[in-house]
Design a protein around this ligand. Structure first.
Ligand SMILES: C[S@@+](CC[C@H](N)C(=O)[O-])C[C@H]1O[C@@H](n2cnc3c(N)ncnc32)[C@H](O)[C@@H]1O
Length: 265
């Protein structure tokens, strides 16, 4: 057995002894991913442009008159700079969100002015940094993020590493798989004004998260879901939910799709 395989094996054994529930959740995740490969077919989405969605959010929330693009660019420059400091850190950068998603998160949070934002999937915290910066500009709102980081030494210390110190007072992080954490969290929060799915992008998990948050979404809430192209979970949810807008955007750097939905006021 290679050294990296045997050290992975040791990590698994240690985790199983230390936290059997988490070990079970991680195995269930692997099974879920495999099941998608065998049983789930990608849907055919028609897409709109990034600019269309940007303009739609501005018009919908009557957000003209402020240079939101300029603000988002400032946040992006700061996040890109901070990314240098996590180069070589234990979370693979492949997990980091596309900046198209991050900027749309920023605009949605600025113009819809949410009190409660729930996000699943943090990694280094690209989207978290953008949302929190928007909430700070709004001078209101809290971001509740759920994440089970990849297995590895010191990984937990890097979750949300890109989030600036001066916006952290608006952030709460909950560790674990969304299946376990989300039901209690959304029941406690009661109302969610903005929801971002960016955790495990399997059919079952996207469906679970959207179904779980739906009864708690406020009138006029914003829903964003990353990497929706590999299964029909977002499509099915958007068909059965009363929405005032739904659009799908091709991301910039990643070959994947982002779903945007607005609930009626
Ligand atoms: C795509 S990354 C998140 C990217 C992040 N939003 C950003 O802006 O860079 C997905 C994250 O979700 C975590 N994750 C995977 N499955 C999960 C699950 N079932 N529940 C919670 N977190 C999960 C991964 O370990 C990873 O940290």
């Amino acid at each position: 057995m290679s050294t990296s395989k045997s050290s992975k094996m040791r990590e698994w054994i240690a985790l199983t002894l230390r936290n059997p529930v988490e070990a079970f959740d991680r195995v269930a995740t692997v099974v879920d991913v495999r099941a998608d490969k065998w049983f789930v077919k990608p849907p055919a989405y028609s897409t709109v442009s990034y600019d269309d969605v940007w303009d739609r959010l501005l018009v919908h929330f009557k957000g003209n008159g402020t240079d939101y693009a300029g603000e988002a660019l400032e946040v992006e420059q700061a996040v890109r700079k901070r990314m240098e400091s996590v180069k070589g850190a234990p979370i693979n950068q492949i997990h980091s969100a596309d900046f198209a998603l991050a900027r749309i998160c920023y605009l949605a949070a600025r113009v819809s002015r949410p009190d409660v934002v729930v996000e699943t999937g943090v990694a280094y915290g690209v989207t978290s940094a953008f949302v929190l910066s928007a909430l700070e500009r709004n001078e209101k709102g809290m971001l509740h993020s759920i994440d089970l980081p990849p297995l590895g030494r010191d990984v937990d210390n890097f979750v949300g590493a890109l989030i600036p110190d001066d916006v952290r007072h608006r952030w709460r992080l909950y560790r674990g798989v969304t299946k376990r954490v989300m039901p209690k969290l959304v029941a406690r929060l009661d109302t969610v004004d903005m929801f971002i799915h960016d955790s495990l992008h399997t059919y079952r998990n996207i469906r679970f998260e959207l179904d779980e948050v739906s009864p708690h979404l406020s009138a006029g809430a914003v829903v964003l879901a990353d990497d929706i192209d590999e299964n029909p979970a977002f499509l099915e949810w958007s068909r059965k939910t009363q929405l005032s807008y739904s659009g799908v955007v091709q991301e910039e750097r990643k070959d994947s799709l982002l779903g945007v939905a607005l609930l009626p006021e």
